[in-house]
Design a protein around this ligand. Structure first.
Ligand code: G4P
Length: 523
């Protein structure tokens, strides 16, 4: 088992839409031999998110099951890449997936720098001190100067950066990178879609071959910049990387397959394998013999006639065995999983055993909820799989009073799947909150097709839901009483404050020092 654990790397990509996540994913899968032709992942993306047609929603659900976990092997290491949907299908799953990874790869568009979604996803990584590697993409396009990009990461993301390669020019004049790790000049050939870039070992930048290869002007600029960079930025420190304090940075172009091998090589050597995880009673180590894992995502199946689902389980410790009975901690019942599936690239297959770091799909007829823990017998629950504050809110108006029960049941079950969160206002009205706009269409469609309940969504101008906590019950009750129009309860009856603007939230936080405003449900 120790060997199996050491061979695994489970990670996710954090990026803003269009930074190049899909292109890079595809190149990683190509390197791992998991797909044969470029375009396979891309084609799936093209058919996703482009339209919100209802049939499309159904199809997307099938596709996103297939791309939820992409496993591939690179140089003997089994890599599990967990999909973090961006674009229109951005949803709470995107956040929650990051609670199931051991490290993340941040992709930044060199012309755009740090963008909003990257920032939000990084905040989630920070909750568990997730180690992060950075790939600055699209160096073949005119972009911001490298130093400016590094400054932006440091300032906006409050992380220390440590460049491990340095670009020579950018845009049309991009000639390649100098790798500090490999002491190698890696040359870029535009449009060649090269799989192995030409490279020359150059131990010292004083080597005159550098001038011959890239020209005197660029060679001198590289020397100057590298001297500056090595003086300003720290060298790579594995411990600080593991603590999520420092991020190693690489430059490249996913589209041209440039710089991809370098990150993969560095990744398998330095990125953490399955890590220990905090549970309610103790910390669980991956190499413990007792099996344990948690559900971080639930996916409704494609066939709406059968309300069966797939629960995605991340294995934390021990060995998962097919058909063995495991304790479903929340219900206290032992359950048997006969057809667990593993995911390799876009294929699903039934597996007999799985190890820490692996993600398996369990067929579910309503047993599992997000965050549920499964163990060999010990009763503990894993921490750190919270609900995140939604950013879009709508009133759910029941259009058919005869179907009220079905509507509530449907909303509850969609809540369990993590499609949306439902809050109940003091006057009993239901508010649906999501982090992505497409989710409202999905909910409306599914309520109608799976539960026979029709609803309409009315716009609400809230931007965040904060779970309220206070040692002073009087103060809390007073706050709730005075702001009835902005108070609701979550599924566990806890109070949330619905903020209308960032500014009003900041003011409330400032003025109510005895109250804590949490942006996730776990505190
Ligand atoms: P995403 O998943 O993060 O949303 O990004 P995606 O990979 O789809 O890339 C977004 C666009 O950026 C795509 O162009 C893609 O080809 C392009 N791109 C990705 N990496 C690079 C790179 O290294 N250099 C350059 N120049 N472009 C890159 P598109 O026009 O939207 O799509 P397509 O028509 O090329 O498929």
């Amino acid at each position: 088992m120790t060997e199996e654990i050491a061979q695994r790397r489970t990670f996710g990509i954090i990026s803003h839409p269009d930074a190049g996540k899909t292109t890079l994913t595809e190149k990683l899968l190509l390197f791992g031999g998991a797909i044969q032709v470029a375009g396979a992942v891309k084609a799936k993306k093209a058919s996703r998110g482009a339209t919100s047609d209802f049939m499309e929603i159904e199809r997307q659900r099938g596709i996103s099951v297939a791309t939820s976990v992409m496993g591939f092997v690179y140089n003997g290491t089994k890599i599990n890449l967990l999909d973090t949907p961006g674009h229109k299908d951005f949803c709470e799953d995107t956040y929650r997936t990051l609670t199931a990874v051991d490290s993340a790869l941040m992709v930044i568009d060199s012309s755009k720098g740090v963008e909003s979604q990257t920032y939000k996803l990084l905040e989630v990584c920070r909750m568990r001190q997730t180690p992060i590697m950075t790939f600055i993409n699209k160096m073949d396009r005119d972009g911001k100067p490298a130093i400016e990009l590094l400054d932006e990461i440091e300032d906006r993301l409050s992380m220390k950066v440590c460049p491990l390669s340095w670009p020579i020019g950018n845009g049309k004049s991009f000639k390649g990178v100098y790798s500090f790790v490999e002491k190698r000049l890696i040359l870029f050939k535009p449009h060649s879609k090269q799989t192995a870039p030409d490279s020359v070992v150059i131990e010292s930048l004083d080597d005159t071959r550098l001038d011959q290869i890239v020209g005197k002007m660029d060679a001198d600029q590289l020397r100057e910049e590298v001297a500056l960079v090595t003086g300003v930025y720290p060298s790579f420190d594995h411990e600080l990387y593991m603590a999520g304090i420092i991020t190693p940075v690489f430059f490249g172009s996913a589209l041209n397959n440039f710089g991809v091998r370098e990150i993969l090589d560095f990744f398998i050597e330095h990125a953490p394998g399955p890590r220990s995880r905090e549970a309610t009673t103790r910390v669980v180590q991956p190499d413990e013999t007792g099996f344990s894992g948690f559900v971080f995502k639930i996916h409704a199946n494609i066939d709406p006639k059968h309300r069966d689902r797939i629960a995605f389980l991340r294995i934390v410790s021990g060995v998962f065995e097919r058909s063995k009975r495991f304790l479903h901690v929340p219900s206290g019942k032992y359950i048997k999983c006969n057809n667990p599936t593993a995911f390799m690239a876009q294929d699903k297959s039934i597996i007999d055993v799985a190890y820490p770091g692996d993600i398996i799909g369990l067929h579910d007829t309503g047993t599992f909820k997000i965050g549920d823990t499964l163990t060999e017998g010990e009763a503990f629950g894993f921490k750190g799989i919270p609900s995140f504050s939604p950013e879009m809110f709508k009133y759910c108006v029941n259009l058919n009073p005869l179907k009220t029960k079905q509507l509530h049941k449907g909303l509850d079950q969609l809540c369990e799947e993590g499609v949306a969160q439902v809050f109940t206002m003091i006057d009993g009205r239901k508010i649906v909150g999501t982090v992505g706009a497409l989710q409202f269409e999905v909910i409306q469609y599914r309520l109608d097709h799976e539960y026979g309940a029709q609803c309409r969504f009315d716009q609400l101008n809230f931007i965040k839901a904060c779970w309220l906590e206070s040692d002073n019950t009087l103060k809390l009750n007073e706050f709730v009483r005075l702001r009835q129009g902005q108070i609701a309860r979550d599924k566990d009856e806890r109070y949330v404050y619905l903020a209308e603007t960032k500014w009003s939230l900041e003011r409330e936080i400032k003025e109510n020092t005895e109250l804590v405003f949490h942006t996730t449900s776990e505190y």
